[in-house]
Design a protein around this ligand. Structure first.
Ligand code: FES
Length: 184
């Protein structure tokens, strides 16, 4: 049995120390909670904000070739880097887009089906874009006309600087997430 002696001088100190100790513990647990929340939220915040701050970020322009690479009326598959997009391995992910130089304007369509994300294929004769995964079809403007996709292919900006052709990268909209044959 311990024989703790509490003198009259120190008797009140433990009680006065107790609230400040409690405050310290509450402060520490709140601080570590805030740190954990910040750590958990970092990847999300980075994914959202990074593209806007990187070189060639949202609204950034990338060189995809010269005018000679895009004969009028021909649809050309080009490769570009979508800022912030990384593969599961962490490498910078390259995307593709179909770019058509038309008399008076350009059309660039992101080569990703808006159903579940398969790459679509352009058919030269009909001008249509077909998705091999579940039979999605898009017309020559990239508008969904058959199969499960519910929204058009994503359009990307194109501009010409001297002889150089540039593509404007943009954030990727979410696919429609419909099941083949589904109603919505
Ligand atoms: S992913 Fe293209 S139709 Fe399903």
């Amino acid at each position: 049995m311990s024989d703790t002696h509490v003198s009259p001088e120190t008797a009140g100190q433990d009680e006065t120390r107790e609230p400040s100790r409690r405050k310290l513990l509450i402060g520490l647990s709140l601080g570590s909670g805030a740190l954990a929340a910040a750590a958990a939220g970092y990847p999300v915040a980075k994914a959202v904000l990074d593209p806007a701050f990187q070189k060639g970020g949202r609204g950034g322009w990338q060189r995809i070739g010269t005018l000679a690479d895009f004969p009028t009326g021909k649809t050309v598959l080009v490769t570009f880097i979508r800022p912030g997009a990384r593969s599961y391995g962490g490498d910078i992910k390259k995307d593709t887009a179909y770019v058509t130089r038309r008399p008076g304007d350009w059309l660039a369509l992101h080569n990703v089906c808006m159903h579940l994300g398969c790459p679509v294929r352009h058919q030269e004769g009909s001008g249509l874009y077909f998705c091999p995964c579940h039979g999605g079809v898009y017309d020559a403007e990239g508008v969904n006309v058959a199969g499960p996709p519910r929204i058009p292919l994503q359009r990307l900006g194109v501009r010409v600087q001297g002889q150089e052709v540039q593509l404007q990268s943009a954030a990727m909209p979410l696919p429609t997430l419909t099941w083949p044959g589904g109603e919505s």
